[in-house]
Design a binder for this molecule. Sequence first.
Ligand code: NI
Length: 171
Amino acid sequence: MTDPRYPLGPMPQPRHLSRPERERAIAAIAALPQDLRQAVAGLSAAQLHTPYREGGWTVCQVVHHVADSHINAYVRTKLALTEANPVVKPYEEQLWAELPDSRLNPEISLLLLEQLHMRWVDVLASVTDWQRPWTHPISGTWTLDTLLAMYAWHGQHHVAHVNSLKEARRW
Ligand code: NI
């Protein structure tokens, strides 16, 4: 029995990716807004407000969380590209997901993600030094390759949450 919180397994944190791995990760980030839109397409309001697992976020909160997370990831990408080993700002993702804007229509964050990922992918496509470091104050120093692998996984991880709920409920 797999852990319903981690349908794709744990978050990868490699320090170095091969060129094909990078290309696949950038393609996954480019495709994420459409993948997430497809996962929630046609769900009713009641379905959108159903937790993806017992005690978990609702589908609606999951969509807004992906936007919260990727806004931070975009900022971290640009900090790593423009400063020498910047210390990034952690945030309380659980509390962010409980703020009132996480109950807005998911369409708002789907549109936001479509626009944000266009800019993020454009920046990622221009990176020449994937070993540029950045530091998380708790987990330590990582590279841009790590960030790329983490967030390619992250979007797919949350799409899998929505899809696993739909499969379990036969929606
Ligand atoms: Ni997440």
